[in-house]
Design a protein. Sequence first.
Length: 355
Amino acid sequence: MDNPSRDFSITEWLPLRELAADKDIIFGASARYNQVISDEQFAALFAQECSVLVPEWELKWSAGDYQLRPSPNEFDFSAADTMLDFAQTHNLQFRGHALVWHESLPQWFQQVVNHQNAEKVMKHHIETVMGHYRGRMHSWDVVNEAIDYDPIASQRADRLRQTPWLQFLGPDYIDLAFRIAARADPDALLVYNDFGVDYNTAMDKAKRRAVLGLLKRLKTKGTPVHALGIQAHLHGDSLDFDPKSLRQFLKDVAALDLKILITEMDVNDSQLPRDIQRRDRIVAGVYEDYLSVVLDEPAVIAVITWGLSDRYTYLSEFHPRSDHQPVRPLPMDTNLQPKLAWNALARAFQQTRKR
Ligand code: G3I
């Protein structure tokens, strides 16, 4: 797993966004409001390294301390608007996450939404939110994580996840969401986003099959879906990475005339050795091994990490280490200095072909 003599050297120290742009690839990260608005050093680093910003919470219906949807008739765009201003000031593109998802729904959703009004509620949400940002978005995650967490255990042939949207609208809610989205902002790239397609476990294989099946059905119906978002929440301790299967999956997706975005990349180091040098080497190895396969597919046009620096990562809360050491899943450390994972990203961009 750890190879102390592995070479992560790089020839050119340029910001990741420039190394990626050289190959017509977009590099960016997610961030929360406070991080880019109140942490000046972090904000400067973000603007230096990234060419796209994805709000981690602020465009969800309700997440953390942000309520985009405080009530059935209200929208509060204030936090996301300020983030868009930040993005525009620094020449960053802005990417929206996520319009139709089963998580991060406000408390009122359960009381208010039912079979009768679900279509109206979805339409109102997509039209209002996409309409507000019309013409100013790189892309939108229109539908997020519609395939079952464990497709093997699913009772359904289409392996769709049991969500309020499925329950109220049936399997066509996905097609419906994309059609509404395409009318609401004809310039945005419309993305279906999901996780768990990276490894060669039985579960990931089933997930790849189910995602591909869904995308094929959508394309056959003429649904305006433009890209697959692969979250790529990777594991430092996984040994079952099979480049051949992943390449084939990417090829099959590209053959549907879809672009591919890596949308939420990070490497979970919670099970890795405590020693920081070893840990950083393993994490960097995972970044480079994965990206060298993925970037070989010309349909892949963006690499976005879920956070930029270990100073701010959801993994510190969701997957902490049992030895209480801080987690180190991202390209920059808590002092905003590049780690070997940064080199791994730089090397992957340098070594790939132009799109
Ligand atoms: O900080 C607030 C606290 O003030 C509040 O009292 C409490 C009550 O709900 O919530 C706290 O916020 C939570 C926040 O994480 C920080 O812990 C939110 O409830 C919780 O929903 C939020 O989790 C986020 C999660 O998505 C759900 O929105 C994570 O930060 C975020 O990183 C995660 O991101 C997801 C992507 O959207 C989709 N793909 C997977 C990815 C990781 O799970």
